[in-house]
Design a protein around this ligand. Structure first.
Ligand code: NAP
Length: 259
Protein backbone atom coordinates (compact mmCIF):
# COMPACT_ATOMS: atom_id res chain seq x y z
CA UNK A 1 0.00 0.00 0.00
CA UNK A 2 1.29 3.47 -0.87
CA UNK A 3 0.67 5.54 2.26
CA UNK A 4 0.52 8.79 0.31
CA UNK A 5 2.91 10.74 2.57
CA UNK A 6 6.03 10.98 0.40
CA UNK A 7 7.61 14.43 0.81
CA UNK A 8 5.79 15.19 4.09
CA UNK A 9 7.84 16.53 7.02
CA UNK A 10 7.91 14.51 10.25
CA UNK A 11 9.19 15.32 13.70
CA UNK A 12 9.84 12.16 15.68
CA UNK A 13 10.73 12.74 19.33
CA UNK A 14 13.09 10.52 21.32
CA UNK A 15 14.08 8.45 18.34
CA UNK A 16 17.70 7.28 18.32
CA UNK A 17 16.65 3.90 19.72
CA UNK A 18 13.69 1.65 20.38
CA UNK A 19 10.14 2.54 19.43
CA UNK A 20 10.85 6.13 18.34
CA UNK A 21 13.58 4.95 16.01
CA UNK A 22 11.26 2.30 14.57
CA UNK A 23 8.67 4.99 13.78
CA UNK A 24 11.41 7.09 12.14
CA UNK A 25 12.53 4.15 9.99
CA UNK A 26 9.01 3.28 8.84
CA UNK A 27 8.19 6.89 7.96
CA UNK A 28 11.50 7.47 6.18
CA UNK A 29 10.97 4.32 4.12
CA UNK A 30 7.69 5.89 2.93
CA UNK A 31 9.61 8.89 1.59
CA UNK A 32 8.86 11.19 4.54
CA UNK A 33 11.57 13.77 5.37
CA UNK A 34 12.28 13.10 9.03
CA UNK A 35 13.81 14.97 11.94
CA UNK A 36 14.84 12.76 14.83
CA UNK A 37 16.22 13.61 18.27
CA UNK A 38 17.82 12.17 21.38
CA UNK A 39 20.10 13.38 24.16
CA UNK A 40 23.18 11.31 23.35
CA UNK A 41 24.76 12.83 20.19
CA UNK A 42 26.91 9.75 19.46
CA UNK A 43 24.03 7.28 19.36
CA UNK A 44 21.95 9.80 17.41
CA UNK A 45 24.67 10.27 14.77
CA UNK A 46 24.93 6.51 14.28
CA UNK A 47 21.15 6.21 13.94
CA UNK A 48 21.13 8.96 11.28
CA UNK A 49 23.74 7.01 9.28
CA UNK A 50 21.77 3.76 9.66
CA UNK A 51 18.45 5.31 8.60
CA UNK A 52 20.03 7.11 5.62
CA UNK A 53 21.13 3.68 4.41
CA UNK A 54 17.48 2.55 4.36
CA UNK A 55 16.72 5.33 1.88
CA UNK A 56 13.45 7.13 1.27
CA UNK A 57 13.14 10.62 2.74
CA UNK A 58 15.86 12.91 4.07
CA UNK A 59 17.12 12.57 7.66
CA UNK A 60 17.83 15.51 9.99
CA UNK A 61 18.72 15.26 13.65
CA UNK A 62 18.89 17.42 16.76
CA UNK A 63 20.77 16.37 19.88
CA UNK A 64 18.52 17.69 22.64
CA UNK A 65 16.43 16.85 25.65
CA UNK A 66 12.88 17.01 24.30
CA UNK A 67 11.46 17.43 27.80
CA UNK A 68 13.03 20.90 28.15
CA UNK A 69 11.77 24.16 26.63
CA UNK A 70 15.23 24.70 25.06
CA UNK A 71 15.17 21.22 23.55
CA UNK A 72 11.71 21.75 22.09
CA UNK A 73 12.80 25.13 20.64
CA UNK A 74 15.89 23.55 19.05
CA UNK A 75 13.82 20.77 17.54
CA UNK A 76 11.18 23.14 16.15
CA UNK A 77 13.87 25.42 14.73
CA UNK A 78 15.06 22.55 12.54
CA UNK A 79 11.57 21.29 11.68
CA UNK A 80 9.23 24.28 12.17
CA UNK A 81 6.27 23.05 10.10
CA UNK A 82 5.90 19.31 10.53
CA UNK A 83 2.98 17.54 8.88
CA UNK A 84 3.55 14.56 11.15
CA UNK A 85 4.53 14.55 14.83
CA UNK A 86 5.38 11.45 16.83
CA UNK A 87 5.45 12.29 20.53
CA UNK A 88 7.73 10.11 22.57
CA UNK A 89 10.12 10.39 25.53
CA UNK A 90 11.82 8.10 27.98
CA UNK A 91 9.47 6.40 30.45
CA UNK A 92 9.50 7.20 34.18
CA UNK A 93 11.30 4.83 36.58
CA UNK A 94 9.47 1.99 38.31
CA UNK A 95 8.98 2.00 42.07
CA UNK A 96 6.66 2.40 45.04
CA UNK A 97 4.50 5.53 45.22
CA UNK A 98 5.55 6.04 48.84
CA UNK A 99 9.05 6.87 47.63
CA UNK A 100 8.01 9.47 45.04
CA UNK A 101 8.07 13.11 46.07
CA UNK A 102 7.09 16.21 44.15
CA UNK A 103 10.23 16.10 41.95
CA UNK A 104 9.61 12.54 40.73
CA UNK A 105 5.99 13.34 39.86
CA UNK A 106 6.95 16.62 38.27
CA UNK A 107 9.54 14.91 36.01
CA UNK A 108 7.09 12.20 34.95
CA UNK A 109 4.28 14.66 34.24
CA UNK A 110 6.68 16.89 32.32
CA UNK A 111 8.10 14.09 30.14
CA UNK A 112 5.00 12.03 29.49
CA UNK A 113 2.18 14.57 29.59
CA UNK A 114 3.28 18.20 29.28
CA UNK A 115 6.04 17.75 26.67
CA UNK A 116 3.70 16.16 24.11
CA UNK A 117 1.06 18.80 24.88
CA UNK A 118 3.57 21.64 24.26
CA UNK A 119 4.76 20.05 21.02
CA UNK A 120 1.16 19.68 19.87
CA UNK A 121 0.53 23.31 20.83
CA UNK A 122 3.49 24.48 18.73
CA UNK A 123 2.60 22.48 15.61
CA UNK A 124 -1.17 21.97 15.47
CA UNK A 125 -2.32 25.30 14.02
CA UNK A 126 0.11 25.02 11.09
CA UNK A 127 -1.29 21.56 10.33
CA UNK A 128 -4.83 22.94 10.47
CA UNK A 129 -3.90 25.75 8.05
CA UNK A 130 -2.24 23.29 5.65
CA UNK A 131 -5.23 20.90 5.94
CA UNK A 132 -3.09 17.90 6.78
CA UNK A 133 -1.72 16.71 10.07
CA UNK A 134 -1.03 13.44 11.82
CA UNK A 135 -0.05 13.35 15.48
CA UNK A 136 0.78 10.03 17.12
CA UNK A 137 1.61 9.76 20.81
CA UNK A 138 3.52 6.73 22.01
CA UNK A 139 2.07 6.04 25.46
CA UNK A 140 1.71 2.59 27.05
CA UNK A 141 -0.69 -0.31 27.50
CA UNK A 142 -0.54 0.85 31.14
CA UNK A 143 -3.06 3.56 30.18
CA UNK A 144 -5.63 0.81 29.66
CA UNK A 145 -4.41 -1.78 32.16
CA UNK A 146 -2.19 -0.22 34.86
CA UNK A 147 1.12 -1.86 35.73
CA UNK A 148 1.48 -1.77 39.52
CA UNK A 149 5.16 -0.82 39.80
CA UNK A 150 4.91 1.81 37.02
CA UNK A 151 2.60 4.19 38.87
CA UNK A 152 4.34 7.33 37.55
CA UNK A 153 3.77 6.10 34.00
CA UNK A 154 0.15 5.04 34.69
CA UNK A 155 -0.66 8.47 36.07
CA UNK A 156 1.22 10.80 33.72
CA UNK A 157 0.21 9.03 30.51
CA UNK A 158 -3.45 8.90 31.53
CA UNK A 159 -3.33 12.70 31.87
CA UNK A 160 -2.10 13.04 28.28
CA UNK A 161 -4.70 10.55 27.06
CA UNK A 162 -7.54 12.50 28.67
CA UNK A 163 -6.36 15.80 27.22
CA UNK A 164 -5.89 14.41 23.70
CA UNK A 165 -9.32 12.72 23.74
CA UNK A 166 -10.99 16.13 23.73
CA UNK A 167 -8.62 17.83 21.31
CA UNK A 168 -8.68 15.06 18.69
CA UNK A 169 -12.38 15.65 18.07
CA UNK A 170 -11.81 19.35 17.36
CA UNK A 171 -9.14 18.86 14.69
CA UNK A 172 -10.50 15.99 12.57
CA UNK A 173 -12.59 18.33 10.36
CA UNK A 174 -9.29 19.91 9.23
CA UNK A 175 -7.79 16.53 8.27
CA UNK A 176 -5.63 16.67 11.39
CA UNK A 177 -5.81 13.52 13.48
CA UNK A 178 -4.42 12.73 16.91
CA UNK A 179 -4.09 9.14 18.06
CA UNK A 180 -2.07 7.21 20.62
CA UNK A 181 -0.30 3.88 20.32
CA UNK A 182 -0.32 1.84 23.55
CA UNK A 183 2.58 -0.63 23.42
CA UNK A 184 2.75 -3.75 25.51
CA UNK A 185 6.22 -5.30 25.97
CA UNK A 186 8.52 -4.56 23.01
CA UNK A 187 12.13 -5.72 22.77
CA UNK A 188 14.00 -2.46 23.47
CA UNK A 189 16.54 -1.17 25.99
CA UNK A 190 13.66 0.17 28.06
CA UNK A 191 12.16 -3.33 28.33
CA UNK A 192 15.52 -4.74 29.44
CA UNK A 193 15.71 -2.07 32.17
CA UNK A 194 12.14 -2.76 33.32
CA UNK A 195 12.80 -6.53 33.50
CA UNK A 196 16.00 -5.90 35.46
CA UNK A 197 14.14 -3.71 37.96
CA UNK A 198 11.45 -6.36 38.32
CA UNK A 199 14.07 -9.09 38.86
CA UNK A 200 15.67 -7.01 41.62
CA UNK A 201 12.32 -6.33 43.25
CA UNK A 202 11.30 -10.00 43.18
CA UNK A 203 14.84 -11.25 43.93
CA UNK A 204 14.88 -13.47 40.83
CA UNK A 205 17.27 -13.91 37.90
CA UNK A 206 16.55 -11.59 34.94
CA UNK A 207 16.44 -14.59 32.58
CA UNK A 208 13.71 -16.20 34.66
CA UNK A 209 11.68 -12.96 34.83
CA UNK A 210 12.02 -12.60 31.05
CA UNK A 211 10.82 -16.17 30.40
CA UNK A 212 7.90 -15.78 32.83
CA UNK A 213 6.89 -12.51 31.19
CA UNK A 214 6.86 -14.08 27.73
CA UNK A 215 4.53 -16.78 29.02
CA UNK A 216 1.98 -14.09 29.97
CA UNK A 217 1.81 -12.83 26.35
CA UNK A 218 -0.66 -14.71 24.13
CA UNK A 219 1.74 -14.22 21.16
CA UNK A 220 4.49 -15.88 23.31
CA UNK A 221 7.08 -13.30 22.33
CA UNK A 222 7.94 -9.65 22.79
CA UNK A 223 6.94 -7.15 20.12
CA UNK A 224 9.38 -6.13 17.41
CA UNK A 225 9.84 -2.34 17.28
CA UNK A 226 9.33 -2.44 13.49
CA UNK A 227 5.78 -3.75 14.08
CA UNK A 228 4.99 -0.61 16.06
CA UNK A 229 6.83 1.60 13.56
CA UNK A 230 4.68 0.33 10.70
CA UNK A 231 1.49 0.87 12.72
CA UNK A 232 2.63 4.43 13.35
CA UNK A 233 3.32 4.98 9.63
CA UNK A 234 -0.18 3.78 8.80
CA UNK A 235 -1.74 6.15 11.37
CA UNK A 236 0.24 8.93 9.66
CA UNK A 237 -0.92 7.92 6.19
CA UNK A 238 -3.23 9.80 3.86
CA UNK A 239 -5.68 6.88 4.20
CA UNK A 240 -5.95 7.20 8.00
CA UNK A 241 -7.74 10.57 8.03
CA UNK A 242 -10.92 9.02 9.50
CA UNK A 243 -9.12 7.62 12.57
CA UNK A 244 -8.82 10.12 15.41
CA UNK A 245 -8.90 10.14 19.19
CA UNK A 246 -8.11 6.43 19.33
CA UNK A 247 -5.90 4.50 21.73
CA UNK A 248 -4.56 1.55 19.82
CA UNK A 249 -3.16 -1.29 21.88
CA UNK A 250 -0.34 -3.33 20.30
CA UNK A 251 0.59 -6.00 22.81
CA UNK A 252 0.45 -9.51 21.31
CA UNK A 253 -2.99 -10.03 22.90
CA UNK A 254 -1.98 -9.26 26.51
CA UNK A 255 -4.89 -6.94 27.26
CA UNK A 256 -7.60 -9.42 28.27
CA UNK A 257 -10.76 -7.41 27.53
CA UNK A 258 -13.23 -8.07 24.71
CA UNK A 259 -12.89 -4.45 23.53
P1 NAP B 1 14.40 3.05 24.64
O1 NAP B 1 14.69 1.86 23.83
O2 NAP B 1 15.08 3.24 25.94
O3 NAP B 1 14.64 4.33 23.69
C1 NAP B 1 14.36 5.60 24.18
C2 NAP B 1 14.78 6.62 23.14
O4 NAP B 1 14.33 7.90 23.54
C3 NAP B 1 16.29 6.73 22.98
O5 NAP B 1 16.58 7.10 21.66
C4 NAP B 1 16.64 7.87 23.94
O6 NAP B 1 17.88 8.47 23.60
C5 NAP B 1 15.45 8.79 23.69
N1 NAP B 1 15.14 9.69 24.79
C6 NAP B 1 14.83 9.34 26.06
N2 NAP B 1 14.59 10.43 26.79
C7 NAP B 1 14.76 11.49 25.96
C8 NAP B 1 14.67 12.89 26.14
N3 NAP B 1 14.37 13.41 27.33
N4 NAP B 1 14.90 13.71 25.09
C9 NAP B 1 15.21 13.18 23.88
N5 NAP B 1 15.31 11.87 23.65
C10 NAP B 1 15.09 11.03 24.69
O7 NAP B 1 12.83 3.13 25.03
P2 NAP B 1 11.56 2.51 24.25
O8 NAP B 1 11.35 1.12 24.71
O9 NAP B 1 11.67 2.81 22.83
O10 NAP B 1 10.39 3.36 24.92
C11 NAP B 1 9.89 4.54 24.36
C12 NAP B 1 8.68 4.96 25.19
O11 NAP B 1 7.68 3.95 25.11
C13 NAP B 1 9.01 5.14 26.67
O12 NAP B 1 8.27 6.21 27.19
C14 NAP B 1 8.55 3.83 27.27
O13 NAP B 1 8.23 3.95 28.63
C15 NAP B 1 7.32 3.55 26.42
N6 NAP B 1 6.96 2.13 26.44
C16 NAP B 1 7.85 1.18 26.07
C17 NAP B 1 7.47 -0.15 26.13
C18 NAP B 1 8.42 -1.27 25.75
O14 NAP B 1 8.11 -2.43 26.00
N7 NAP B 1 9.53 -0.99 25.15
C19 NAP B 1 6.17 -0.50 26.56
C20 NAP B 1 5.29 0.50 26.92
C21 NAP B 1 5.68 1.83 26.86
P3 NAP B 1 18.76 9.24 24.72
O15 NAP B 1 18.74 8.39 25.94
O16 NAP B 1 20.11 9.40 24.08
O17 NAP B 1 18.08 10.56 24.94
Amino acid sequence: MNLGIKGRQALICASSKGLGRACAESLCREGVDITICARSPEVLAKTVTDIRRIGGGSVNSVACDVTTIEGQRALLAVCPEPDIVVNNAGGPPPGDFRDWGYDAWSAALNANMLTPIFIIKATLDGMIERKFGRIVNITSSAVKAPIDFLGLSNGARSGLTGFVAGLARQTACHNVTINSILPGPFQTDRLDQTLKALAEKEEKLVGKVRKDKIQTIPAKRFGKPSELGDLCAYLCSAQAGFITGQNIVIDGGMYPGTF
